[in-house]
Design a protein around this ligand. Structure first.
Ligand code: PHE
Length: 458
């Protein structure tokens, strides 16, 4: 990334380990943890999904994060620059996929961010009780103007943060709000779990039932791992390039992973038992997909004393987590334009805003007037979600691993990690990186493509 964009990005040279961990956690913790993880866990068998996800995050996730971060720190560059500096030549395409993915994610991220804003204001409004009705969410998302209005508000908020260069200020605020989110999530999870009937949900969520296990579980868990840990989208290269040479990379990455997994776990614990307590574990609700958080959480809040205020505070915290993530996604797109074209930051930001609206509006309309358009069998938003998480990110990761394997060697990564501290899990890292990741990612990619073309059901 050029010096110019470096100055204004999240943390040009983090002052210490804590600074790095907080900045990366601020970017990693977002809608992926609170909105996406619980609906996937509900859909793909609860405990079975949770178990698969954790195993993947600890093994493959860790390996891929270390690789991307080390290459970023070694080259001091974001993905396109890093691929070039390492001599990628034929593999440059991998650098480009890493750079394009955030541009495809941030539009639909802003659609969901808009839904969060709508709920935040609805909890503050006089008609909040209607939020618990089963039809409320669908009525809202199937409208034309209103969801687009909220998408616009969210996207403009992200744009303003970037244009004004106040990411640091926003991050400082979110560092206070993130711990608050954890505390609140624990409180809500305790409330949820203790509702009558919720125990069935706790069992569903925590106890794996391997009769429910299938390749779909793995594909979904893998996609979620990429999304939530920000792997395969260039962001970790960029953060790595800001990481000082003396910071213990291995333990910083572990800490980010732990924070990310804890928040996702808590979100599942808030939402899934509530589906059992408030909807009797209705299989249809468990399969609700992207709407799950929005149809379940209002029921939880409105059954509590002071529920409207609690609901509002909850959505404010979700909004702040989503905003910091969206800012880092959009920033990554802006940085790519600044680095690869002659455009200024301002022009690049305006172009990114244009991309958000161009792809975000169809994603929003896909729940209403354009619901007849069903690319690969789901909504337009599901389509963007699927091609990025299940196809492009694994492909980006495959290119990164081939780059290391064929061009610069695994020792480059190991040396970079060891330049600041002992690499405790070096053997495991090398074993997974050399022998497992590539085969595994290829299998996942092929099965995702088969799913996309209808040979397998999503
Ligand atoms: N990991 C974020 C989430 O879980 C999404 C994201 C990806 C944000 C990449 C920034 C960069 O919501």
């Amino acid at each position: 990334m050029s010096g110019k964009s470096k100055k204004t990005t999240a943390g040009a040279g983090f002052s210490g380990k804590m600074g790095y961990v907080l900045a990366v956690a601020g970017s990693a913790v977002g809608l992926g943890n609170i909105w996406r993880f619980p609906y996937l866990a509900a859909k793909y068998g609860g405990g079975t999904f949770l178990f698969t996800y954790l195993v993947l995050a600890i093994t493959f996730g860790f390996t891929l994060i270390i690789t991307e971060t080390a290459l970023g720190r070694k080259t001091g560059k974001s993905p396109i620059g890093a691929f070039k500096a390492l001599g990628a030549k034929k593999l440059m395409f991998g650098g480009w996929i890493n750079a394009i993915v955030p541009m495809l994610i941030v539009p639909y991220y802003c659609v969901i961010g808009g839904w969060v804003l709508k709920y935040l204001f609805a909890f503050a409004g006089s008609n909040a009780v209607s939020l618990q009705e089963d039809t409320y969410f669908n009525n809202f998302v199937s409208k034309t103007g209103e969801p687009i209005f909220w998408l616009l508000v969210f996207a403009v908020a992200v744009f303003v943060v970037i244009i004004m260069g106040v990411e640091k200020g926003i991050e400082r605020v979110s560092k206070i709000l993130m711990p608050l989110l954890v505390v609140m999530a624990i409180g809500i999870a305790v409330y949820s779990v203790t509702r009558p009937g919720a125990m069935e949900g706790v069992k569903y969520y925590l106890i794996p039932d391997f009769s429910k296990f299938s390749i779909h579980t793995v594909v979904a868990a893998m996609g979620q791992m990429f999304y939530s840990l920000s792997i395969g989208m260039g962001v970790l290269f960029t953060y790595g390039s800001y990481m000082k040479k003396d910071i213990d990379m291995e333990s910083s990455i572990r800490q980010v992973e732990i924070v990310d997994c804890i928040i996702a776990f808590l979100a599942g614990l808030m939402i899934i038992p509530a589906v059992f307590a408030f909807a009797g574990g209705n299989p249809e609700t468990l399969q609700a997909g992207p709407s799950l958080m929005f149809i379940t959480m209002p029921k939880v809040f409105l059954s509590m004393p002071m529920g409207r205020i609690i609901g509002m505070v909850f959505f404010i915290l979700v909004f702040s987590a989503a905003l910091t993530s969206a800012v880092s996604l959009m920033e990554s797109g802006v940085a790519t334009f600044v680095d690869t074209t002659k455009w200024s930051r301002k022009k690049s930001s305006v172009v990114m805003l244009g991309i958000i609206l161009l792809l975000g509006i169809p994603s929003s309309l896909g729940f209403g007037v354009w619901s007849f358009i069903k690319p690969i069998g789901g909504s337009i938003l599901d389509f963007f979600d699927f091609i990025t998480n299940s196809i492009m990110m694994p492909l980006a990761a495959i290119c990164t691993i081939i780059l290391v394997w064929k061009v610069c060697g695994f020792n480059t990564v190991v040396e970079e990690v060891e330049s600041s501290s002992k690499f405790k899990e070096k053997k495991i890292y090398l074993f997974i990186a050399k022998y497992l990741v590539l085969i595994f990612l290829c299998v996942i990619l092929i099965s995702s493509i088969l799913q996309a073309f209808g040979f397998m059901k999503i």
